[in-house]
Ligand binder design. Structure first.
Ligand SMILES: [Zn+2]
Ligand SMILES: [Zn+2]
Length: 265
């Protein structure tokens, strides 16, 4: 179902379930689909997952409130996953944000973030009327944020990428960021929702999952629902409509979401 941009609903009553919004579902350079970026909404938290160069406008389209987000998770430092941050933060500032925001990413992000902000809008961060807290994500260490528990694991990608698992004690989901997941851990077992980056149908490219391998991975891990995102732009446009029927599983519900589509858990 495509989200009806019912902003009032998100605010007027607290959700007693986890809502996942696929803000953008595209790969790095797709002219039709904004970069892979998602919003997790629970009773007490609104967490953005990744914010690439074409993702920030999706956040504003969904809801332009400058105080919307509590936290932002950055899976890895590729432009299609974090170059939207300066614009997102400056629009929060222009909108009069007062609430602190937490950015979570792997070790070293503080320096990387400073470089990014200096390059994009030198001197502007000092004007912000809100605090930016940086939390370091570490493999094997659980991070608590409001009503969420977050844990992290590496994937196989061309840059160090950490997949994140998010639990609100009722539901558990995981988002791969980029890269194929590493088998042989219980990290992905019994998830209610797994958002996996995939690139092509059955052709394996180092650093990316294929649709076929993603389905088999989700089946082995007893995942309830698998969402396929970050699909190659030419494949998505030209081939996916022809083979859409082939993408199915007896064991796992599979969705290929459109931007701003929501999924309630
Ligand atoms: Zn990417
Ligand atoms: Zn990447």
């Amino acid at each position: 179902m495509v989200h009806k941009l019912d902003i009032q609903e998100v605010y007027s009553k607290k959700l007693n379930f986890m809502r996942f919004i696929f803000l953008g579902v595209g790969e790095a350079f797709d002219e039709n689909y904004p970069n892979n970026s998602h919003l997790v909404i629970t009773e007490r938290t609104k967490l953005l997952l990744d914010c690439g160069m074409t993702a920030a406008p999706q956040v504003w389209k969904f809801n332009p409130d400058p105080n919307l987000l509590d936290a932002i998770y950055i899976s890895h430092w590729h432009a299609d996953h974090y170059f939207g941050l300066p614009g997102l933060l400056l629009r929060m500032w222009e909108g009069g944000r007062t609430m602190p925001v937490t950015i979570i990413s792997r070790k070293g992000f503080k320096e990387q973030f400073k470089k990014l902000m200096d390059l994009a809008y030198l001197g502007f961060q000092e004007k912000f009327k809100f605090e930016i807290n940086i939390l370091e994500a570490e493999v094997g260490k659980e991070t608590k944020f409001n009503d969420l528990s977050l844990s992290f694991t590496k994937t196989v990608h061309s840059s160090e990428n950490l997949a994140v698992k998010i639990s609100d004690n009722k539901n558990t989901i995981a988002y791969s960021g980029d890269g194929s997941p590493i088998a042989g851990t219980d990290f992905y077992n019994n998830l209610d929702l797994l958002i996996l980056e995939t690139y092509l149908y059955d052709k394996e490219i180092i650093g990316h999952s294929s649709i076929v391998s993603a389905i088999s991975f989700a089946e082995k891990n007893n995942v309830k629902c698998l969402a396929l995102t970050h699909i190659n732009r030419d494949f998505r446009k030209n081939d996916l409509p022809k083979i859409r029927e082939k993408i199915k599983s007896d064991k796992v519900k599979i969705i290929i979401p459109e931007p701003l589509q929501e999924y309630d858990l």
